[in-house]
Design a protein around this ligand. Structure first.
Ligand SMILES: [Cu+2]
Ligand SMILES: [Zn+2]
Length: 258
């Protein structure tokens, strides 16, 4: 029970209100759990105005001291006062750590040629290529990335040279080249160990070569500057194949641990 002010027809009446009270205007006065914002917007506050010219008893105009309402939301979860947000004015120095990516291709075929090619790329830099072949005849051999990592029909199902930019065949140093044009490797009587770098064969991103194929050819690649008299046939097609001849060995490029 608590003492409240009821407004009856006769005016302000101070009395003790109980749960059984039927006095008009009487509402229980126990503290309610409610949204303090809603309370503020719907419950008018009684404010004493000593200059309104009327006599008022202190009990009718002085707001009763009510206990502070707990801060709650509509889900009855107590709200903790939010600590002042700290703004960290100090900024850590930006550091860029290059991510090294590595891929490998193991080449096999029916011509007795085998090999491995590793690809290493630091961040977005050029890709380093290290190749080792056995079984090659001495001389130059066309060396390409072909579009598909599909060897279901041997090296023929790896498709054409990887060419995302839609260019003509060329040398690795040419502006006009397929991304997959890596030129020639040179084999000697001791075998073939070959290293190079190239900027058009990344190991990630939309033009990644991972999942595509490496092909080593029978003949020297003419780098797009040779006979191109039989376009569309299996003949002289310097601007698409470099006239590098048969596909001796191939393999699919896959990611490998660092
Ligand atoms: Cu090729
Ligand atoms: Zn090409």
């Amino acid at each position: 029970m608590s003492t409240i002010t009821c407004m009856s027809i006769a005016g302000a009446v101070k009395h003790v209100c109980t749960s059984k009270c039927t006095h008009r205007g009487c509402v229980p006065h126990s503290p309610r759990v409610e949204d303090p914002i809603e309370r503020r917007s719907h419950v008018p506050r009684i404010v004493a105005n000593p200059d309104d010219g009327h006599h008022h008893s202190s009990s009718s105009l002085t707001p009763t001291a009510s206990p502070p309402l707990p801060l709650v939301n509509h889900h009855s979860v107590a709200l903790k006062p939010r600590a002042a947000t700290r703004v960290n004015a100090g900024r850590a120095a930006l550091s860029v750590v290059a991510e090294e990516k590595k891929a490998i291709c193991v080449l096999t075929g029916s011509a007795g040629v085998e090999g491995t090619v590793t690809f290493t790329q630091d961040g977005d830099g050029p890709t380093k290529v290290v190749a080792s072949f056995s079984g090659l005849a001495e001389g130059k051999h066309g060396f390409h990335i072909h579009e598909f990592g599909d060897t279901t029909n041997g090296c023929m199902s790896t498709g054409p040279h990887f060419n995302p930019a839609g260019k003509k065949h060329g040398a690795p140093t040419d502006e006009e080249r397929h991304a997959g044009d890596l030129g020639n490797v040179v084999a000697t009587a001791d075998g073939c160990e070959w290293e190079m770098e190239d900027s058009q064969i990344p190991l990630s991103g939309p033009n990644s070569i991972v999942g595509r194929a490496v092909v080593i050819h029978e003949l020297e690649d003419d780098l797009g500057k040779g006979d191109n008299s039989e376009i569309g046939t299996q003949g002289k097609t310097s601007s698409t194949t470099g006239n590098a001849g048969a596909r001796l060995a191939c393999g699919v490029i896959g990611l490998t641990p660092q």
